[in-house]
Design a protein around this ligand. Structure first.
Ligand SMILES: [Zn+2]
Length: 55
């Protein structure tokens, strides 16, 4: 069972179309790609740069 989301309404549904606005819903992407984790990319980048300096 996939949980789908409407980006416009920011609601979660199991339906292929948003029950609120009728637009096609989208599969929730893995957490590592979520906007909430966008700082994780910079953390990893910083970590890599630190590792380069130590090497
Ligand atoms: Zn919607």
């Amino acid at each position: 069972m996939k949980i789908l989301t409407c980006k416009g309404c920011q609601i979660y549904t199991l339906k292929q179309n948003c029950p609120k606005c009728g637009k096609k819903t989208q599969t929730i992407k893995p957490a590592k790609f979520s906007p909430e984790d966008r700082f994780g990319k910079y953390r990893r980048k910083a970590k890599n740069e630190l590792q380069h300096k130590t090497d």
